[in-house]
Design a protein around this ligand. Sequence first.
Ligand code: SF4
Length: 383
Amino acid sequence: MKKSVYIRTFGCQMNNRDSEFIGGVFIDKGYKLVDLPGEAGVILFNTCSVRAHAEERAISSMGQLMHEHKNRIYGIVGCAAQALGEGLFKRLPGLNIVCGTGEITRLPELVKEAENGRVLALEDKDALLPELKPTYRQDKDAAYVSIMRGCDNFCAYCIVPYVRGRERSRSADGIISEIRDLAGQGIRDVTLLGQNVNSYRPKAEGRRSKAYGFVELLCDVNKIDGIEKINFMTSHPKDATGALFKAMKNLDKVRKHLHLPLQSGSDRILKLMQRGYTRGGYFDLISEALAVIPGLRVTTDIIVGFPGEGEEDFGKTRSLMEEMKFDSAYIFKYSPRAGTEAAKMPDDVSLRLKKERHKTLLDLQRSISKGKAHEKTDCCHCT
Ligand code: SF4
């Protein structure tokens, strides 16, 4: 078998970073990364399971590749592998490896084992990936840096805590040393990644006390020579605080951009979603952030058609969007994920209504974004 790997990523930035990590693990074992599946001895899909769509697309594309390229080792890795497990072998009979999120460092070994039969590796979704030097990066100017894995929030619709495990923070020393190495390689722009970066809380180490958290990490990263821009995602409204906003204002390298998922403007739906904040609390938080950070850009995520979402609930989301005037919003149609709390609720908003509501909010956001772009253009003309 050729010692070459093709890795395709489906889903979020966290998965993109994991794919780079997997690439680095294979390079360390003497493999070459290739851009075309036809050139690879090992074909891996790193697949997100947060949305059914990504999962289905990955399975059907891999089926197609298996038909085109025989005698390869095929593997599905990441969240979808963790969630679907052995069932994937039934859906894709030519599949050799199913590898969960916590086992990706073992992939080169698993490839060897797979030469003698199917391999299922799902043991440790709660593992914190070891500190590895950033051997492989797709982009030469910007880099994603995972600061934590997993999530403890258990929002009713979300599969992440079940497939990526409970929240574990990397050590600040490990993160800072990785970013210093990146700066040494010429990377200027870093994005700190986690499901809920505001609850970053590493174990106390050396001079760092128990109180060391995300704000302190931002301050330390801001001091690293060579780094010019710092972004982070994602924040959770229940953990974003005034201390974060002050740090964003004062730290010169931190981008003045806050992505704060709202999900719904209805208190009743927020409660069903188990989000841990209210419409009023969210409004106050954004108002505070805007007051503290001049020129702040605010973006959000919204889900339409959550179980039980009536016209009144939807109207509350729409009216909050009108009030907040987000710079941009990612709007999703709810689809149940097996194993979550929401999947036990009746999926009682019809697809037609979900599509209608999705379009209504997309149109609304488009007109808000257009209006804001005009305001900025007018402003530029004035100055
Ligand atoms: S905060 Fe909620 S939506 Fe975000 S990853 Fe955690 S459980 Fe999922």
